[in-house]
Ligand binder design. Sequence first.
Ligand code: GSH
Length: 239
Amino acid sequence: MKLKVYVDRMSQPSRAILIFCKMNGIDFEEVQISIAKREHRSPEFKKMNPMGQVPAISDGEFTLFESHAILIHLACAFPGVADHWYPADLFRRAKINSVLDWHHSNLRRGAATYVQNTVLAPVLGIASNPQAAVEAEKLLSSSLSKIESIWLKGNGKFLLGGFEPSIADISLVCEIMQLELLDEKDRSRILGPHKKVLEWIENTKTATRPHFEEVHEVLYGLKTKFQEQRSTESNKQQD
Ligand SMILES: N[C@@H](CCC(=O)N[C@@H](CS)C(=O)NCC(=O)O)C(=O)O
């Protein structure tokens, strides 16, 4: 039975799983679950993930949800995955687990809530909450500062001083990539002060090419669409 990976490429954790599988030559079938078409809420998909969220995987009878658990499982279950992704050394592993646990309630909460309450709300047809966006930006900025001062300190190219990426690098960088959808002014205000983060994003892209860029094509497409909409709006205002 081939591994099936249930994803929507607009989802950050989905993209992280896809990049990991492609980087490691894992034989898998990508199953598109469109959030826009609400396929993630179908009874059939909920058999994979009762929470009704992407990503999820199935391997024969075995099913699993939660992207970090999936990355850890794939790194351990598939022979041929290089050690640097999730080292056998239990102490390095524990440090990676610590970054991953922190990510959920800090970087992810800040980035996803900010993007949702600024550029995505109108597209999703939901009301944006400006106060939530303000709070989210604070959490996002403080998360980026913490990444720099705690996990990117020193001369390593990746988190925890690594010279090769781990599953934490893919997960966190994919999260930050959603900021591509923002107006350039907002993106620069948030990311600009974090030079080490910007370097680390580039290092992660380089280390995972060409898969990183290919998996992000859908996001880049939406970025272009948003840019065109903004320029049409501003031209209208000038007329
Ligand atoms: N903690 C989960 C988060 C999964 C998640 O938030 N998925 C989003 C897409 S990025 C989703 O399916 N949203 C649709 C919904 O919740 O209705 C993970 O890391 O896998």
